[in-house]
Write a protein that binds this ligand. Structure first.
Ligand code: AMP
Length: 429
């Protein structure tokens, strides 16, 4: 099926063709006609499915159709994202797909000066892409007016809830006018998401494109068993001996990400770390250097890497397995995208046996184990508990995310109340 049949007008088709896209992806095929009709949607779609163009293209088309001929430029479309990186990426997509249209967009997130954002808003924007916290700062300062929003997009809504943004979202929803179109995208459908959706969406069209774990099927996945103390050595060996040029490596903690990046550097392998404690400037720079090939390895935590759009990433390495099995699927979704070959390698030590079992249960299959000669684990090494963060709080037993692991730890706006069930004693994993 061609893009030309979806009901998009010439300037949008031109932008799509300029990107080299020949065919719409399944989420685009399903979502574009529905959004063009003005209906609400509830879409189960992960990053990597082409969902951004799936909502951006029809959103731009609709804004063109309802464009005020004269006068001011009120914000008519609001796209909320959980992370700064995702906001920046969606902002880039809006600019790319809208390049032949006379619409203006702005991206708003925290960690950078608010003044240029205020200036941009003052000049007028049609489409606003924002993270909830900074947008509320603008609301507080009365530098943004959301009373003319016609289309709201909640992108990666599940992650927004995971990160404790529900109260921010509800506050923002109260500022939006009635009768708008609402588009909710989420990789998973928890009860919380359903509850949010039922209060927000009117007679939504439900779309489920790639089922939750199918992204994993296009990626070659291998486990290399190794001792905990030799992981870094093995990683350096793999990168050098296999001549990997662009590798995204995941650690469980910010501290671990920093330490590993430094160690790789001392092994002569260019590396940068990206996580929530880094300044926005440092994160943007690290990502740009990684994309351009200036650094070979990007070491990231789960939250920081969420939504990163790095085209055709050939290698993802789990230096440490995540506590939440679903994060494994998100991690390896960074590779093998849009039909490209990808490889996901996990360096697994004896402490992580239970985490590996959880992942295999979620994937409903065993992952192949392949020890690397010279790095075979020593069977006499006993398992140790996995500690979480620098304070050394033991990991939760129940596989749920600890509150406070998100980006906005110090913001004071986070929803509290998550229990610490299962974290009151040290555990064997
Ligand atoms: P997303 O799921 O929106 O993060 O998109 C994932 C990747 O797919 C991005 O790098 C897009 O540039 C790319 N993409 C989006 N739509 C298409 C398409 N129709 N054909 C090929 N690639 C696409």
């Amino acid at each position: 099926m061609s893009f030309d049949l979806l009901g998009l007008s010439a300037p949008l088709l031109r932008a799509v063709h300029a990107q080299g896209y020949h065919e719409p992806t399944p989420v685009q095929r399903q979502a574009i006609p529905v959004i063009l009709k003005g209906q609400d949607i509830l879409a189960g779609a992960q990053t990597g499915t082409g969902k951004t163009a799936g909502f951006t293209l029809p959103l731009l088309e609709r804004l063109m159709g309802s464009r005020p001929r004269t006068g001011e430029r009120p914000v008519r479309a609001l796209i909320l994202t959980p992370t700064r990186e995702l906001a920046a990426q969606v902002g880039e997509s809006v600019a790319t797909y809208g390049q032949y249209l006379p619409l203006r967009s702005a991206v708003i997130f925290g960690g950078v000066s608010i003044n240029p954002q205020i200036e941009k808003l003052r000049r007028g924007v049609d489409i606003l892409i924002a993270t909830p916290g900074r947008l509320l700062d603008h609301v507080g300062q009365r530098t943004v007016d959301l009373s003319s929003v016609e289309i709201l997009v909640l992108d990666e809504a599940d992650r927004m809830l995971d990160m404790g943004f529900i109260h921010d979202i509800r506050r923002l929803l109260r500022l939006l006018p009635e009768g708008r179109q609402n588009l909710l995208f989420s990789a998973t459908f928890s009860d919380e998401i359903r509850q949010l959706a039922s209060g927000l969406l009117e007679e939504p069209v439900m779309l489920e494109v790639a089922r939750r774990n199918t992204a994993a099927e296009t990626v070659t996945q291998i486990i290399h068993p190794v001792d905990r103390e030799r992981k870094r050595e093995l990683l350096s060996f793999l990168i050098s001996s296999r001549d990997w040029r662009q590798v995204l490596v995941f650690t469980r903690t910010k501290h671990g990400a920093n330490r590993l990046a430094t160690q790789l550097e001392s092994d002569g392998i260019g590396a940068a770390a990206i996580h929530g404690n880094k300044s926005q400037g440092a994160r943007t720079r690290a990502l740009a250097d990684f994309k351009s090939g200036a650094v070979r390895v990007l070491v990231a935590t789960d939250i920081a890497a969420r939504g990163l759009d790095i085209d055709q990433l050939p290698h993802v390495v789990n230096f440490e397995l995540p506590h939440v099995a679903e994060d494994y699927v998100h991690r390896i979704g960074r590779t093998g995208r849009a039909g490209c070959e990808g490889e996901a390698v996990s360096l697994v030590c004896i402490d992580e046996d239970r985490l590996l079992r959880d992942i295999e249960r979620l994937l409903k299959r065993r992952l192949p184990k392949e020890p690397i000669g010279g790095f075979e684990p020593d069977p006499s090494v006993p398992a140790e508990p996995i500690l979480q963060g620098r304070r050394g709080a033991p990991a939760r037993q129940d596989g749920r995310r600890n509150q406070g692991g998100g980006q906005r730890q110090n913001s004071g706006r986070r929803s509290g109340g998550a229990g610490t069930r299962g974290s009151s004693h040290t555990q064997k994993v």
